[in-house]
Design a protein around this ligand. Structure first.
Ligand code: ATP
Ligand code: MG
Length: 436
């Protein structure tokens, strides 16, 4: 039992003013996805545990140790379902695509955003509830759509003013190519078994490719001297990789080929990529993705190629802050000063009309102590950042008017406006730039 109620460790409240940064990013993403004709999908947070075991792979960190999975209460037949909070959303999207036969009419471009859950050690940029934005293109086989997805991510960095990310690329080839590489990789690591750490030894026979992904600097030499997957790729895989690089070159997208880039999840093939930064320590991967041509059939769907990426919202926002990039803070256009309760009915009526005209208004409302003094209301108006105060004084109201006072231009200019024609002066209160 806890005496003080707190949020669960590693799960954060996102509150104002921080939440404004999230809304700002989400609005840009929504707009950008529209420009690239990606359509939004919303899948459940809870899925059958089996979905992630099949979709992500049994010998992955996520499924082995990070998933919030539990047995639900049993139904009337004594059957209980095994459910899990989604640790990522590609599996969920693919399930939905198969379940609803979405590729029947042709390929699809989809995107999502929402919370994901992994029981990891919480630290900056690594949480137990974190949030991703993801884009998936399903049913397209060529490197062109891989490039489109990378260009989409690059466009997002540009829009939000993020500069300190670099793109790393690799090709994982096809399963048969990986199999012959795998044999040589195991031989190499067995020869140098003394240089492997715990994780390395454990992965040696379950998932040796993942050893390349180690963050342990002591293993750098043994990893650097390991056989490179690229040398095992056949002509088709290489052509796909070259195709992707050519499009990126033409479009001025800089990248480096990182032969050790393998990604944490089992289902990737051909192109894999990450946008990384050095400014977030070990949490330097901001966005990661790749091709997963075998996943749809592996999950029981009609075989179809696919590719996608997911970015971590917390990391993107942390990096933006690290870079000192300006994120606009929302302020109301108008703060309504209401000296007496008697003025409230008319005040609310006027404010409704202003909002209908697109003017954002913060109203001074009564607290448990009632309405505060005129002076203190004006202080609040100033602190709100609004450009104008609307003053609903009794005398003006009696004349059918309200006072509009300028708060930001230093003039303190006041003008009386008619209550019966709000729409005629509403536009004079709107800030020139959109309020986001
Ligand atoms: P890492 O190597 O940092 O653990 P990952 O390979 O597990 O990342 P993915 O599963 O590819 O990450 O998820 C895509 C993105 O989601 C990551 O690049 C990162 O930005 C973000 N992400 C993943 N796990 C977390 C987490 N626990 N907290 C915050 N963001 C995360
Ligand atoms: Mg991870």
């Amino acid at each position: 039992m806890v005496d003080k109620l707190t949020a669960v460790k590693g799960m954060n409240d996102i509150l104002p003013p921080e939440s404004a940064r999230w809304e700002w990013l989400e609005a840009i993403v929504r707009d950008l996805m529209g420009l690239y004709a990606y359509r939004n999908v919303r899948t459940p947070i809870l899925e059958h545990t089996a979905l992630f075991v099949r979709g992500i792979g049994e010998v992955t960190d996520i499924v082995e140790k990070e998933m919030y999975a539990f047995e639900d209460r049993s139904d009337k037949h004594g059957q209980a379902e095994h459910l899990a909070m989604r640790p990522e959303n590609t599996a969920g999207v693919v399930r939905a695509v198969i379940e609803h036969n979405m590729l029947y009419e042709g390929p699809k471009r989809l995107w999502y955003t929402g919370p994901m859950f992994r029981r990891e050690k919480p630290q900056r940029g690594r949480y137990r509830q974190f949030h991703q934005i993801g884009a998936e293109a399903l049913g397209f086989a060529g490197p062109d759509v891989d490039a489109e997805l990378i260009l989409l991510a690059a466009a997002l960095w540009k829009r939000i003013g993020l500069t300190d990310v670099r793109l790393e690329l690799n090709s994982l080839g096809q399963p048969a190519e990986r199999a012959s590489h795998r044999a040589q990789l195991i031989a190499h690591f067995e020869q140098h078994a003394d240089k492997l750490d715990e994780d390395g030894k454990r992965r040696l026979h379950s998932n040796p490719l993942r050893i390349l992904d180690t963050k342990n600097p002591a293993m750098k030499a043994v990893v650097d001297s390991a056989p490179r997957l690229i040398d095992f790729l056949g002509a088709d895989s290489l052509a796909h990789f070259d195709g992707l690089k050519a499009i990126l070159d033409t479009n001025g997208v800089a990248y480096t080929v990182n032969h050790r880039l393998v990604r944490g999840l089992d289902y990737y093939n051909l192109s894999v990529f990450e946008f990384v930064t050095d400014r977030l320590g070990a949490q330097g991967t901001v966005c990661a993705g790749g091709r997963y041509d075998d996943l749809i059939s592996q999950m029981g769907g009609k075989p179809a190629p696919a590719v996608g990426w997911a970015l971590g919202i917390e990391r993107v926002l942390a990096l933006l802050e690290e870079e000192g990039a300006a994120v606009p803070a929302p302020v109301p256009d108008v703060y309504a000063v209401v000296p007496a309760a008697a003025a409230m009915p008319v005040a609310l009526q006027v404010l409704q009309q202003l909002r209908a005209c697109g003017v954002s208004v913060q109203m001074h409302a009564a607290t448990a102590e009632g309405l505060s003094s005129f002076k203190s209301q004006f202080k609040k108006a100033d602190a709100s950042g609004a450009a104008f105060a609307l003053v609903f004084g009794a005398d003006e109201l009696a004349r059918g008017e309200v006072i509009v006072k300028s708060l930001r231009d230093g003039s303190g200019a006041q003008v009386a406006r008619p209550l019966h024609a709000v729409a005629t002066w509403a536009t004079t209160l709107q800030s020139p730039a959109p309020n986001q």
